[in-house]
Design a binder for this molecule. Structure first.
Ligand code: GLN
Length: 303
């Protein structure tokens, strides 16, 4: 079996059953109150191919906040609006070996974020969105994505309230450091925008459709697709990115909600959701499913 289109539905169903047992190996994140209330053994997956095939299995109607899976699409939007030169003035293209909210590297890099897939890079890019406040800026991104990808993303207001209820000290410290380095003018606006966009919510179907924007010709500049895919491959799973480039070999982004998206260039997208995560912040069952799919269908871009 080679390629996404060769997938058999009964095989996918069997892997989703196996994935459910793997959820015990992960934990729900404990720092966003509402994320502690999700059902840890939920598993959902949807695969959409550029030829129009759709495969799905598990609890596919369950909506979830995208959290950091919005980061590649924030990058894509800012690339399309402002161009690569503007983007890379604010953020780098270097992998990071620190956790996603780490201050250590940002400090040693003099306030220049390593890449757009970690919090510092996304908070810097959130400052480039158009609009008068966090809500308007989030809406600009949400409307653009829904129009282009035919998705039904909505703002999860309860999740936003939950995120706002936390002290959020590391993101606040990141924003202050960015501001001191001249990468953003309003700490409050950048943080509020970032919190909003992390709470954009959808289903695995929405996530797979978003993925198609990066998989094939979709009205997006090819050069911008290449930039986003390259940064997802090298930085999308944080410190685990290198290991999963070897094991899976696909541009992939995770979110702390358990959302996971892989791009199979020219072929399609794989979206998974399962809220139990590993210590790096990546969905345990989601990575299990991705690895099964990538290995059996020989999907690695390096194969
Ligand atoms: N909103 C979350 C945070 O900033 C997103 C992080 C993530 O998904 N890894 O902590």
């Amino acid at each position: 079996m080679i390629g996404l289109d060769a997938l058999a539905q009964d095989q996918l169903d069997a892997w989703v059953s196996d994935a459910k047992t793997k959820t015990q190996l992960g934990r729900l994140p404990d720092y966003i109150p509402l994320l502690t209330q999700t059902k840890p053994n939920t598993v959902a997956v949807e695969i959409q191919t550029t030829k129009g095939k759709i495969f799905s299995a598990g609890e596919v109607t369950q909506p979830f906040a995208l959290m950091s899976v919005i980061k590649p699409f924030l990058l894509l939007f800012v690339l399309e609006r402002s161009g690569a030169d503007e983007v890379f003035k604010q953020v780098g293209m270097k992998p990071s070996d620190q956790p996603f909210h780490s201050l250590t590297q940002l400090s040693s890099d003099r306030g220049y974020p390593r890449n757009p897939m970690i919090n510092s890079g996304a908070i810097a890019l959130a400052a480039l969105l158009p609009g008068k406040d966090g809500a308007a800026r989030c809406k600009a991104l949400c409307d653009w994505l829904n129009r282009l990808a035919d998705t039904h993303l909505t703002l999860d207001r309860a999740m936003l309230t939950s995120v706002r209820s936390m002290a959020n000290e590391s993101n606040r410290a990141i924003a202050h450091m960015l501001s001191q380095a001249g990468h953003l003018t309003s700490v409050e606006m950048a943080l509020d925008t970032y919190n909003h966009i992390c709470c954009l919510s959808g289903t695995v179907e929405d996530l797979a459709r978003l993925g198609l924007l990066l998989a094939s010709s979709s009205g997006i500049a090819r050069q911008h697709q290449q930039i986003v895919n390259a940064l997802m491959l090298t930085c999308g799973l944080y410190e685990a990115s290198g290991a999963f480039a070897v094991r899976i070999g696909l541009p992939t982004k995770s979110g702390v909600s358990g959302a996971l998206l892989s791009i199979v260039p020219k072929e399609g997208a794989i979206a998974a959701y399962s809220p139990a995560i590993d210590p790096t912040g990546n969905s345990v069952a989601g990575l299990f499913l991705l690895e099964k799919l990538a290995t059996h269908l020989k999907l690695s871009i390096f194969g």
